[in-house]
Design a protein around this ligand. Structure first.
Ligand code: NAD
Ligand code: UDX
Length: 452
């Protein structure tokens, strides 16, 4: 019987292992973490992360073949396959600060695996790591060898938050990279057998280690690049009277381009895109490829530009200041259907305002803004507000009674839609001054140009 242990009970480790446990009832799965609060939450009725469908999967397997524990060493020692799904944030100091991936957590997990193992193991990189990380991990593990064989695989995760369970049930592909040696091939086969419980075999792609590691960074860079491309177009739409939704639709019907990931927005957020592109940029620079690095860096520059452009629109439309005004921020998560506020554009937008007066946020808790108050009801948040900024595309914000909202706001009442979810003309008829990313501007906005 195969035993799996996953180090890191976060947004990736938790849902991924829960689905493996559900789909492979004969496999024992332990998810371990040093954060005891997180493990306690996984063992409670209030899971530490919000993800549609996750509660149900966990309830079906927890206590049977799915266990959450802080006893990291015990479960690692007992496992045949160890997934490492720890966080790999951007380095904040030292060599490569602001760009390179911080592999401290990874290295400490690898050292611990080397220290406690008494049997052969397959060690799987689940975290997103720089290309060639497997080589470093191999060195750490084999240095501590004691006659034990460790085989490293790269098995990057492509799930998106908010749709994690759906993505895990029906992945576009599962990617497994390994050494092109008999041991490597055997390890790939073992992991392939796990996924083959529910993923069609032709969707399980097997590559060499470096291709798998790099494909993850490449996939995120391409996805983010699409958003920056459409956001760059949104600026041009506003300048010319074109409508970015119409442009997206028109180009997305070209089967070579495709319709997905072409929604203009206030900018992409989340814990992955920026971090992974910065990591890619750093790797390019380290490999003597400054032109390639500059190319990818531009994706982040356009994303920053989009957030600044949004803030400038808000401030310039509201007589060049929001100081002393109440701005209702609708939504704080980086996208709908998640409670995750890591790298959310809402934080950057709020920080860029020239305000000195509390604003109201709804519905998620802010992480680093101090001059705000949080309310759970959008009508309460917008009451007496001068302006509304829609930061997350929660369905609830599409269905608000905007006449009621308008009646209770200061006049002129502004809506700045960073997600293009409101019906612009309907709101304008009510009396709002509406800015929606990449949509034709009304005369008010045209008269108050925002310089980014
Ligand atoms: P997370 O911060 O939610 O979870 C990581 C967990 O690892 C934390 O709970 C932390 O306490 C734990 N940890 C760190 N060091 C440890 C150690 N030595 N021993 C035991 N536990 C340890 O991170 P996440 O969002 O799940 O991301 C994990 C990795 O997956 C990252 O590399 C990320 O880039 C990648 N990834 C994330 C997503 C996503 O949507 N969040 C998607 C694909 C890939
Ligand atoms: C991303 C990748 O999609 C996923 O494959 C990877 O494993 C982790 O990183 P995630 O960050 O969870 O997933 O969400 P995603 O749906 O990619 O959205 C990222 C950001 O882009 C969000 O802020 C979202 O609102 C924004 N976005 C997305 C747009 O602005 N426009 C779009 O068309 C799509």
């Amino acid at each position: 019987m195969v035993k799996i242990c996953c180090i890191g009970a976060g947004y990736v480790g938790g849902p991924t292992m829960a689905v493996i446990a559900l789909k492979c009832p004969e496999i024992q799965v332990a998810v371990v973490d040093i954060a005891s609060a997180r493990i306690n939450a996984w063992n409670s009725d209030h899971l530490p992360i919000y993800e549609p469908g996750l509660d149900d999967v966990v309830k079906q397997c927890r206590g049977k073949n799915l266990h959450f524990s802080t006893d990291v060493e015990k479960h690692v020692a007992e496992a045949d396959i160890v997934f490492v799904s720890v966080n790999t944030p951007t380095k904040t100091q030292g060599l490569g600060a602001g760009k390179a991936a911080d592999l401290t957590y990874w290295e400490s997990a690898a050292r611990m695996i080397g220290d406690v193992s008494k049997s052969d193991k397959i060690v799987v990189e689940k975290s997103t790591v720089p290309v060639k990380t497997a080589e470093a991990i191999e060195k750490i593990l084999t240095h501590n060898r004691k006659g034990i064989n460790f085989t490293i695989l790269s098995n990057p995760e492509f799930l998106a938050e908010g749709t994690a369970i759906k993505d895990l049930y029906n992945p576009d592909r599962v990617l497994i990279g390994g050494r092109e040696t008999p041991e490597g091939a055997k390890a790939i086969q073992t992991l392939r057998d796990v996924y083959a419980h529910w993923v069609p075999i032709d969707k399980i792609l097997c590559t060499n280690l470096w291709s798998a590691e790099l494909s993850k960074l490449a996939a995120n860079a391409f996805l983010a690049q699409r958003i920056s491309s459409v956001n760059a177009m949104s600026a041009l739409c506003e300048a010319t009277g074109a409508d970015v939704s119409q442009v997206s639709h028109a180009i997305g019907t070209d089967s070579r381009i495709g319709p997905k990931f072409l929604n203009a927005s206030v900018g992409f957020g989340g814990s992955c895109f920026q971090k992974d592109i910065l990591n890619l940029v750093y790797i390019c620079e380290c490999n003597g490829l400054p032109e390639v690095a500059t190319y990818w860096k531009q994706v982040i520059k356009v994303n920053d530009y989009q957030k600044t452009r949004f803030v400038n629109r808000v401030v310039s439309s509201m007589f060049n200041t929001v100081s002393g005004k109440k701005i209702a921020i609708l939504g704080f998560a980086f996208k709908k259907d998640t409670g995750d506020t890591r790298e959310t554009p809402a934080i950057d937008v709020c920080k860029k305002f020239d305000w000195d007066h509390p604003a109201h946020l709804q519905p998620s808790s802010p992480t680093s803004i101090k001059t705000v108050s949080v309310v759970w009801d959008a009508y309460e948040a917008t009451k007496d507000a001068h302006g509304i900024c829609i930061m997350t595309e929660w369905d609830e914000f599409k269905k608000l009674d905007y006449q009621k909202v308008y009646d209770n706001m200061q006049k002129p009442a502004f809506v700045f839609d960073g997600r293009n979810i409101v019906e612009v003309e309907k709101l304008r008829k009510i009396g709002f001054i509406v800015y929606s990313i990449g949509k034709p501007l009304d005369s008010w906005l045209k008269d108050m140009p925002a310089v980014a």
